[in-house]
Design a protein around this ligand. Structure first.
Ligand code: NAD
Ligand code: UDP
Length: 324
Protein backbone atom coordinates (compact mmCIF):
# COMPACT_ATOMS: atom_id res chain seq x y z
CA UNK A 1 0.00 0.00 0.00
CA UNK A 2 1.20 3.50 -0.84
CA UNK A 3 2.69 4.95 2.36
CA UNK A 4 2.00 8.56 1.31
CA UNK A 5 -1.76 8.24 1.34
CA UNK A 6 -3.63 11.21 2.82
CA UNK A 7 -5.76 9.79 5.57
CA UNK A 8 -8.63 11.42 7.47
CA UNK A 9 -9.35 10.10 10.96
CA UNK A 10 -12.65 11.42 12.32
CA UNK A 11 -12.73 11.22 16.10
CA UNK A 12 -8.95 11.28 15.76
CA UNK A 13 -8.30 12.84 19.16
CA UNK A 14 -10.16 10.11 21.04
CA UNK A 15 -8.94 7.00 22.80
CA UNK A 16 -8.64 4.84 19.66
CA UNK A 17 -8.34 7.67 17.13
CA UNK A 18 -5.33 9.32 18.73
CA UNK A 19 -3.32 6.10 18.78
CA UNK A 20 -4.40 5.38 15.20
CA UNK A 21 -3.19 8.86 14.15
CA UNK A 22 0.11 8.16 15.92
CA UNK A 23 0.52 4.84 14.05
CA UNK A 24 -0.31 6.36 10.67
CA UNK A 25 1.98 9.38 11.22
CA UNK A 26 4.82 7.01 12.18
CA UNK A 27 4.24 5.09 8.94
CA UNK A 28 4.74 8.30 6.96
CA UNK A 29 1.13 8.85 5.95
CA UNK A 30 -0.26 12.35 5.65
CA UNK A 31 -2.78 12.38 8.51
CA UNK A 32 -5.71 14.74 9.11
CA UNK A 33 -7.27 14.39 12.54
CA UNK A 34 -10.81 15.78 12.76
CA UNK A 35 -12.50 16.08 16.13
CA UNK A 36 -14.92 18.29 18.06
CA UNK A 37 -13.34 17.23 21.40
CA UNK A 38 -16.69 16.16 22.83
CA UNK A 39 -15.15 13.22 24.67
CA UNK A 40 -11.46 13.85 24.21
CA UNK A 41 -8.67 16.19 25.13
CA UNK A 42 -6.16 17.91 22.87
CA UNK A 43 -3.47 16.40 25.06
CA UNK A 44 -4.09 13.08 23.26
CA UNK A 45 -2.63 14.48 20.04
CA UNK A 46 -0.47 17.33 21.38
CA UNK A 47 2.70 15.31 20.73
CA UNK A 48 1.78 15.06 17.02
CA UNK A 49 1.17 18.77 16.39
CA UNK A 50 4.74 19.57 15.33
CA UNK A 51 4.92 16.67 12.85
CA UNK A 52 4.91 17.85 9.21
CA UNK A 53 2.59 15.01 8.21
CA UNK A 54 -0.09 15.74 10.85
CA UNK A 55 -2.94 18.28 10.86
CA UNK A 56 -5.65 18.85 13.45
CA UNK A 57 -9.08 20.24 12.53
CA UNK A 58 -11.74 21.14 15.10
CA UNK A 59 -14.93 20.20 13.32
CA UNK A 60 -18.20 18.42 13.95
CA UNK A 61 -18.91 15.45 11.65
CA UNK A 62 -22.59 16.28 11.48
CA UNK A 63 -21.53 19.23 9.27
CA UNK A 64 -20.14 18.45 5.79
CA UNK A 65 -16.47 19.22 5.15
CA UNK A 66 -14.55 19.69 1.91
CA UNK A 67 -11.20 17.87 1.94
CA UNK A 68 -9.09 15.85 -0.49
CA UNK A 69 -8.25 12.45 1.00
CA UNK A 70 -7.47 8.88 -0.04
CA UNK A 71 -8.73 7.05 3.02
CA UNK A 72 -11.14 7.82 5.87
CA UNK A 73 -11.39 6.09 9.22
CA UNK A 74 -14.76 7.15 10.64
CA UNK A 75 -14.37 6.95 14.41
CA UNK A 76 -16.22 10.09 15.48
CA UNK A 77 -18.88 9.07 18.00
CA UNK A 78 -19.07 9.01 21.77
CA UNK A 79 -18.48 5.37 22.68
CA UNK A 80 -19.14 4.75 26.36
CA UNK A 81 -22.70 4.54 27.73
CA UNK A 82 -22.10 7.54 30.03
CA UNK A 83 -20.89 9.62 27.10
CA UNK A 84 -23.41 8.58 24.46
CA UNK A 85 -26.38 8.92 26.84
CA UNK A 86 -25.33 12.44 27.84
CA UNK A 87 -26.98 13.86 24.71
CA UNK A 88 -28.70 10.95 22.94
CA UNK A 89 -30.08 13.05 20.10
CA UNK A 90 -26.61 14.33 19.32
CA UNK A 91 -25.29 10.77 19.46
CA UNK A 92 -27.65 9.45 16.81
CA UNK A 93 -27.06 12.55 14.67
CA UNK A 94 -23.32 11.98 14.93
CA UNK A 95 -23.66 8.37 13.74
CA UNK A 96 -26.14 9.01 10.96
CA UNK A 97 -25.20 12.46 9.66
CA UNK A 98 -21.52 11.73 10.27
CA UNK A 99 -21.83 8.60 8.11
CA UNK A 100 -23.64 10.51 5.35
CA UNK A 101 -20.95 13.20 5.37
CA UNK A 102 -17.93 10.87 5.29
CA UNK A 103 -19.61 8.71 2.63
CA UNK A 104 -20.29 11.80 0.51
CA UNK A 105 -16.69 12.86 0.93
CA UNK A 106 -15.46 9.37 0.02
CA UNK A 107 -17.71 9.32 -3.04
CA UNK A 108 -16.42 12.69 -4.29
CA UNK A 109 -12.76 11.88 -3.59
CA UNK A 110 -12.99 8.24 -4.63
CA UNK A 111 -11.58 7.45 -1.19
CA UNK A 112 -11.85 4.24 0.80
CA UNK A 113 -13.86 4.67 4.00
CA UNK A 114 -13.89 2.48 7.10
CA UNK A 115 -16.71 2.58 9.62
CA UNK A 116 -15.95 1.94 13.28
CA UNK A 117 -19.11 -0.02 14.01
CA UNK A 118 -19.73 -1.90 17.21
CA UNK A 119 -20.77 -5.13 18.87
CA UNK A 120 -23.72 -3.06 20.11
CA UNK A 121 -25.40 -3.72 16.76
CA UNK A 122 -26.08 -7.16 18.28
CA UNK A 123 -27.81 -5.56 21.31
CA UNK A 124 -28.40 -8.05 24.14
CA UNK A 125 -27.58 -11.08 22.00
CA UNK A 126 -29.50 -14.38 21.98
CA UNK A 127 -26.69 -16.00 19.97
CA UNK A 128 -23.38 -16.74 21.62
CA UNK A 129 -20.67 -16.09 20.61
CA UNK A 130 -21.80 -13.48 18.11
CA UNK A 131 -21.12 -14.09 14.43
CA UNK A 132 -21.47 -11.44 11.74
CA UNK A 133 -24.60 -13.07 10.29
CA UNK A 134 -26.48 -12.71 13.60
CA UNK A 135 -28.91 -9.80 13.17
CA UNK A 136 -29.05 -8.73 16.77
CA UNK A 137 -31.56 -8.01 19.50
CA UNK A 138 -31.68 -4.27 20.05
CA UNK A 139 -34.35 -2.42 22.01
CA UNK A 140 -35.10 0.48 19.63
CA UNK A 141 -36.55 2.70 22.35
CA UNK A 142 -34.23 1.93 25.26
CA UNK A 143 -31.44 4.09 26.71
CA UNK A 144 -28.77 2.41 24.55
CA UNK A 145 -30.74 2.82 21.31
CA UNK A 146 -29.28 6.24 20.42
CA UNK A 147 -25.93 4.51 20.02
CA UNK A 148 -26.97 1.02 18.88
CA UNK A 149 -29.55 2.15 16.33
CA UNK A 150 -27.30 5.01 15.18
CA UNK A 151 -24.53 2.54 14.46
CA UNK A 152 -26.96 0.13 12.76
CA UNK A 153 -28.26 2.94 10.53
CA UNK A 154 -24.67 3.92 9.75
CA UNK A 155 -23.96 0.35 8.58
CA UNK A 156 -27.05 0.58 6.34
CA UNK A 157 -25.79 3.84 4.86
CA UNK A 158 -22.35 2.35 4.23
CA UNK A 159 -23.87 -0.65 2.41
CA UNK A 160 -26.20 1.51 0.34
CA UNK A 161 -23.45 3.93 -0.73
CA UNK A 162 -21.44 0.87 -1.68
CA UNK A 163 -24.27 -0.80 -3.64
CA UNK A 164 -25.58 2.37 -5.26
CA UNK A 165 -22.49 4.53 -5.70
CA UNK A 166 -19.73 1.91 -5.62
CA UNK A 167 -18.08 3.64 -2.67
CA UNK A 168 -15.15 1.53 -1.43
CA UNK A 169 -16.23 0.74 2.14
CA UNK A 170 -15.06 -1.31 5.11
CA UNK A 171 -17.24 -2.13 8.14
CA UNK A 172 -15.61 -3.29 11.36
CA UNK A 173 -17.65 -4.29 14.42
CA UNK A 174 -15.49 -3.44 17.40
CA UNK A 175 -15.98 -5.28 20.70
CA UNK A 176 -15.04 -3.78 24.09
CA UNK A 177 -11.57 -2.28 23.76
CA UNK A 178 -9.41 -0.81 26.51
CA UNK A 179 -5.94 0.64 26.98
CA UNK A 180 -3.94 3.79 27.62
CA UNK A 181 -5.69 7.09 26.74
CA UNK A 182 -9.13 5.84 27.72
CA UNK A 183 -11.02 8.77 29.17
CA UNK A 184 -10.64 8.20 32.92
CA UNK A 185 -14.19 9.41 33.57
CA UNK A 186 -15.92 7.78 30.60
CA UNK A 187 -17.79 5.45 32.97
CA UNK A 188 -16.60 2.33 31.15
CA UNK A 189 -15.88 -0.61 33.35
CA UNK A 190 -12.11 -0.78 32.81
CA UNK A 191 -11.50 2.93 33.42
CA UNK A 192 -13.87 3.01 36.40
CA UNK A 193 -12.30 -0.02 38.10
CA UNK A 194 -8.70 1.13 37.55
CA UNK A 195 -9.41 4.67 38.73
CA UNK A 196 -11.29 3.38 41.77
CA UNK A 197 -8.64 0.78 42.62
CA UNK A 198 -5.76 3.25 42.38
CA UNK A 199 -7.63 5.53 44.80
CA UNK A 200 -8.42 2.59 47.13
CA UNK A 201 -12.11 3.42 46.63
CA UNK A 202 -14.86 0.78 46.32
CA UNK A 203 -15.16 -0.82 42.87
CA UNK A 204 -18.72 -0.28 41.60
CA UNK A 205 -19.96 -3.65 40.36
CA UNK A 206 -23.23 -3.18 38.47
CA UNK A 207 -25.54 -6.08 39.36
CA UNK A 208 -23.90 -9.21 40.71
CA UNK A 209 -21.06 -9.04 38.19
CA UNK A 210 -22.03 -12.28 36.44
CA UNK A 211 -22.51 -10.49 33.10
CA UNK A 212 -19.62 -11.06 30.72
CA UNK A 213 -17.53 -9.02 28.32
CA UNK A 214 -14.53 -9.87 26.13
CA UNK A 215 -11.84 -7.21 26.36
CA UNK A 216 -9.46 -6.38 23.52
CA UNK A 217 -6.28 -4.40 24.03
CA UNK A 218 -6.12 -1.16 22.00
CA UNK A 219 -3.06 -2.04 19.90
CA UNK A 220 -4.50 -5.39 18.80
CA UNK A 221 -7.68 -3.63 17.75
CA UNK A 222 -5.88 -0.92 15.78
CA UNK A 223 -3.80 -3.51 13.92
CA UNK A 224 -7.07 -5.06 12.78
CA UNK A 225 -8.49 -1.72 11.62
CA UNK A 226 -5.41 -1.01 9.51
CA UNK A 227 -5.41 -4.56 8.09
CA UNK A 228 -9.05 -4.16 7.15
CA UNK A 229 -8.46 -0.77 5.54
CA UNK A 230 -5.53 -2.10 3.54
CA UNK A 231 -7.15 -5.38 2.54
CA UNK A 232 -7.22 -5.63 -1.24
CA UNK A 233 -9.16 -8.89 -1.56
CA UNK A 234 -12.54 -7.21 -2.03
CA UNK A 235 -13.59 -8.07 1.52
CA UNK A 236 -15.67 -5.19 2.90
CA UNK A 237 -17.10 -6.81 6.06
CA UNK A 238 -18.84 -6.44 8.35
CA UNK A 239 -16.17 -8.17 10.38
CA UNK A 240 -16.01 -8.69 14.13
CA UNK A 241 -12.85 -7.48 15.80
CA UNK A 242 -12.24 -8.16 19.46
CA UNK A 243 -10.67 -10.57 21.89
CA UNK A 244 -12.73 -13.75 22.33
CA UNK A 245 -11.42 -14.36 25.88
CA UNK A 246 -14.59 -13.87 27.92
CA UNK A 247 -14.61 -12.74 31.57
CA UNK A 248 -17.32 -11.96 34.07
CA UNK A 249 -17.26 -8.38 35.30
CA UNK A 250 -16.61 -9.71 38.81
CA UNK A 251 -13.49 -11.52 37.53
CA UNK A 252 -12.36 -8.25 35.97
CA UNK A 253 -12.85 -6.41 39.28
CA UNK A 254 -10.83 -9.03 41.15
CA UNK A 255 -8.02 -8.91 38.57
CA UNK A 256 -7.81 -5.10 38.73
CA UNK A 257 -7.58 -5.25 42.53
CA UNK A 258 -4.83 -7.87 42.31
CA UNK A 259 -2.78 -5.99 39.69
CA UNK A 260 -3.02 -2.62 41.45
CA UNK A 261 -2.39 -4.12 44.91
CA UNK A 262 -5.40 -2.09 46.02
CA UNK A 263 -7.22 -2.32 49.34
CA UNK A 264 -10.51 -1.54 47.55
CA UNK A 265 -13.63 -3.58 48.25
CA UNK A 266 -16.16 -4.58 45.60
CA UNK A 267 -19.67 -3.12 46.08
CA UNK A 268 -22.73 -4.21 44.13
CA UNK A 269 -24.98 -1.46 42.73
CA UNK A 270 -27.98 -1.46 40.37
CA UNK A 271 -27.59 -2.99 36.93
CA UNK A 272 -28.35 -0.43 34.18
CA UNK A 273 -31.39 -1.01 31.92
CA UNK A 274 -30.72 -3.15 28.83
CA UNK A 275 -27.20 -4.06 30.00
CA UNK A 276 -26.20 -7.00 27.75
CA UNK A 277 -25.81 -10.25 29.71
CA UNK A 278 -23.09 -11.84 27.60
CA UNK A 279 -20.82 -10.62 24.88
CA UNK A 280 -18.12 -12.54 23.04
CA UNK A 281 -17.01 -12.13 19.44
CA UNK A 282 -16.67 -15.00 17.02
CA UNK A 283 -13.57 -13.84 15.15
CA UNK A 284 -13.35 -16.72 12.64
CA UNK A 285 -13.94 -14.30 9.77
CA UNK A 286 -11.17 -11.91 10.87
CA UNK A 287 -8.81 -14.87 11.29
CA UNK A 288 -9.63 -16.18 7.83
CA UNK A 289 -9.89 -12.97 5.80
CA UNK A 290 -7.44 -10.68 7.61
CA UNK A 291 -5.09 -13.25 9.13
CA UNK A 292 -5.62 -11.34 12.34
CA UNK A 293 -6.09 -12.33 15.93
CA UNK A 294 -5.41 -10.53 19.20
CA UNK A 295 -2.10 -11.17 20.93
CA UNK A 296 -2.28 -9.27 24.23
CA UNK A 297 -3.84 -11.17 27.12
CA UNK A 298 -6.08 -9.30 29.56
CA UNK A 299 -3.55 -9.45 32.42
CA UNK A 300 -0.79 -7.81 30.35
CA UNK A 301 -3.09 -5.27 28.72
CA UNK A 302 -4.54 -4.27 32.07
CA UNK A 303 -1.04 -3.85 33.51
CA UNK A 304 -0.11 -1.50 30.65
CA UNK A 305 -3.34 0.43 31.16
CA UNK A 306 -2.83 0.68 34.94
CA UNK A 307 0.73 1.93 34.36
CA UNK A 308 -0.65 4.68 32.11
CA UNK A 309 -3.39 5.65 34.59
CA UNK A 310 -0.66 6.12 37.21
CA UNK A 311 1.01 8.76 35.01
CA UNK A 312 -1.99 11.01 34.31
CA UNK A 313 -3.29 14.02 36.20
CA UNK A 314 -7.03 13.48 36.58
CA UNK A 315 -7.59 17.24 36.83
CA UNK A 316 -6.73 17.48 33.12
CA UNK A 317 -9.81 15.47 32.13
CA UNK A 318 -13.20 17.11 32.03
CA UNK A 319 -16.73 15.67 31.86
CA UNK A 320 -19.41 15.56 29.89
CA UNK A 321 -20.16 12.37 31.69
CA UNK A 322 -22.32 12.38 34.81
CA UNK A 323 -19.89 9.74 36.11
CA UNK A 324 -17.37 12.53 36.70
P1 NAD B 1 -13.76 8.19 22.22
O1 NAD B 1 -14.96 8.82 22.83
O2 NAD B 1 -12.47 8.27 22.98
O3 NAD B 1 -13.50 8.77 20.78
C1 NAD B 1 -14.49 9.32 19.97
C2 NAD B 1 -13.96 10.64 19.42
O4 NAD B 1 -14.95 11.19 18.55
C3 NAD B 1 -13.69 11.67 20.51
O5 NAD B 1 -12.44 12.27 20.30
C4 NAD B 1 -14.83 12.67 20.34
O6 NAD B 1 -14.48 13.97 20.76
C5 NAD B 1 -15.09 12.57 18.86
N1 NAD B 1 -16.44 12.98 18.46
C6 NAD B 1 -17.62 12.64 19.07
N2 NAD B 1 -18.65 13.22 18.42
C7 NAD B 1 -18.11 13.93 17.40
C8 NAD B 1 -18.65 14.76 16.39
N3 NAD B 1 -19.98 14.98 16.28
N4 NAD B 1 -17.81 15.36 15.51
C9 NAD B 1 -16.47 15.17 15.60
N5 NAD B 1 -15.89 14.40 16.55
C10 NAD B 1 -16.71 13.80 17.43
O7 NAD B 1 -14.14 6.67 21.92
P2 NAD B 1 -13.29 5.48 21.31
O8 NAD B 1 -13.36 4.35 22.28
O9 NAD B 1 -11.96 5.94 20.85
O10 NAD B 1 -14.21 5.07 20.08
C11 NAD B 1 -13.87 5.40 18.74
C12 NAD B 1 -14.88 4.75 17.81
O11 NAD B 1 -14.85 3.33 17.96
C13 NAD B 1 -16.32 5.19 18.07
O12 NAD B 1 -16.98 5.38 16.85
C14 NAD B 1 -16.91 4.02 18.81
O13 NAD B 1 -18.30 3.91 18.59
C15 NAD B 1 -16.15 2.86 18.22
N6 NAD B 1 -16.11 1.72 19.15
C16 NAD B 1 -15.32 1.75 20.25
C17 NAD B 1 -15.34 0.68 21.14
C18 NAD B 1 -14.47 0.64 22.36
O14 NAD B 1 -14.60 -0.31 23.15
N7 NAD B 1 -13.58 1.57 22.60
C19 NAD B 1 -16.19 -0.41 20.91
C20 NAD B 1 -17.02 -0.38 19.78
C21 NAD B 1 -16.95 0.69 18.89
N1 UDP C 1 -19.94 -1.99 34.76
C1 UDP C 1 -19.76 -2.20 36.13
N2 UDP C 1 -19.23 -1.18 36.87
C2 UDP C 1 -18.87 0.01 36.32
C3 UDP C 1 -19.05 0.22 34.94
C4 UDP C 1 -19.60 -0.80 34.18
O1 UDP C 1 -20.04 -3.27 36.65
O2 UDP C 1 -18.39 0.88 37.08
C5 UDP C 1 -20.48 -3.10 33.95
C6 UDP C 1 -21.62 -2.70 33.03
O3 UDP C 1 -22.87 -2.84 33.70
C7 UDP C 1 -21.46 -3.72 31.91
C8 UDP C 1 -19.96 -3.97 31.84
O4 UDP C 1 -19.44 -3.53 33.10
O5 UDP C 1 -22.10 -4.94 32.24
C9 UDP C 1 -19.28 -3.24 30.72
O6 UDP C 1 -19.68 -1.89 30.77
P1 UDP C 1 -19.05 -0.76 29.83
O7 UDP C 1 -19.80 0.48 30.14
O8 UDP C 1 -17.58 -0.74 29.97
O9 UDP C 1 -19.34 -1.26 28.33
P2 UDP C 1 -20.60 -1.89 27.58
O10 UDP C 1 -21.74 -2.10 28.53
O11 UDP C 1 -20.93 -0.91 26.52
O12 UDP C 1 -20.08 -3.18 27.07
Amino acid sequence: MNQKQRILVTGGAGFLGSQLCEMLVARGNDVICLDNFFTSQKVNVAHLLDKPNFELIRHDVIVPIWLEVDQIYNLACPASPGHYQFNPIKTIKTSVMGAINVLGLAKRCNARVLQASTSEVYGDPEVHPQTECYRGSVNPIGPRACYDEGKRAAETLFMEYHRMNKVDIRIVRIFNTYGPRMHPFDGRVVSNFIRQALANEPLTLFGDGSQTRSFCYRDDLLNALVKMMENESGFIGPVNVGNPDEFTIRELAELVIELTGSSSKIVETDLPIDDPVRRQPDISLARERLQWEPEIKLRLGLQKTIDWFKTIDLDHYHPPTPNF
